[in-house]
Design a protein around this ligand. Structure first.
Ligand SMILES: C[S@@+](CC[C@H](N)C(=O)[O-])C[C@H]1O[C@@H](n2cnc3c(N)ncnc32)[C@H](O)[C@@H]1O
Length: 231
């Protein structure tokens, strides 16, 4: 089974031999990949909706893996139990806001050695901020590219310590900056172009909200230019 670059970047973050929970599994491609390649002894694949869970069931049957993966229907981490002894929780392909609310609701379960592999489709900075505020440490960050779309992957673990990472880089990715990730520059250049276009479009607006937005955009553009120049 060949995964897309986004799914492959997520699967690659799972240490071999880990017991994995894939929250919001939908098609169950990641569980199937992990099981087929013997990277995990068993996977719990969950979804909050019956339709995606049915799709997951069909993929597992297709690969004769129904016995090694367990499907659970329910919201976020509420379907997991201490005795599942999960090593890695994957939450991928959802908005950053949804990922934060799933993490918030399941926080007690995460204050162990569980590795989180998160791939927010939007609001990645919210996820980094939530992790920093709740004393999780970044283990690794990665970027996958599919055509002109970039996907960020965050690997984190609860440490109980406040992060030393500069708050200013939470919008960009402290680990991506520190390791000068090869896809960071093109991703930030694309983001810069979009922010500059938004700023040009907001030029004539006069309301207090519009003025605030312009100030925000100017600040974001300055930071993006600073990091791009350094890369
Ligand atoms: C776009 S799919 C992503 C599938 C896969 N994880 C991926 O990265 O390709 C998002 C899935 O998350 C599920 N989902 C959304 N909110 C959820 C929640 N709170 N708990 C569990 N699953 C959720 C949706 O039903 C949907 O199947």
């Amino acid at each position: 089974m060949k995964l897309t670059p986004r799914l492959q970047a997520i699967a690659d973050k799972v240490p071999p031999g880990s017991r994995v929970a894939d929250i919001g599994t939908d098609h169950a491609y990641i569980p199937v990949y992990l099981l087929l390649n013997r990277l995990s002894p068993n996977v719990i694949a969950t979804d909050s909706r019956p339709g995606p869970l049915q799709a997951a069931q069909e993929t597992l049957e297709l690969f004769s893996l129904s016995q090694t993966a367990e499907l659970r229907l329910g919201d976020g981490l509420s379907v997991l139990r201490e005795e599942d002894n999960i090593d890695v929780i994957i939450i991928a392909g959802m908005g950053g806001e949804t990922i934060c609310s799933i993490l918030e609701a399941g926080l007690p379960l995460l204050k162990k050695n569980t590795l989180l592999v998160l791939q927010p489709m939007t609001c990645v900075d919210w996820v980094r901020t939530w992790l920093a505020d709740n004393k999780f440490s970044l283990v690794q960050e990665d970027i996958a590219q599919e055509e002109d779309r970039y996907y960020e992957v965050i690997v984190a673990r609860w440490s109980g310590k406040l992060s030393l990472a500069s708050e200013k880089y939470l919008t960009i990715g402290p680990d991506l900056v520190a390791c000068r990730h090869p896809l960071l520059k093109p991703m930030l250049q694309q983001r810069l172009e979009r922010k500059e276009a938004a700023l040009a479009g907001a030029g004539g607006a006069n309301s207090p909200a519009a003025k605030n937005r312009i100030l925000e955009l100017e600040k974001e553009i300055l930071l993006l230019r600073e990091v791009i120049a350094w890369l």
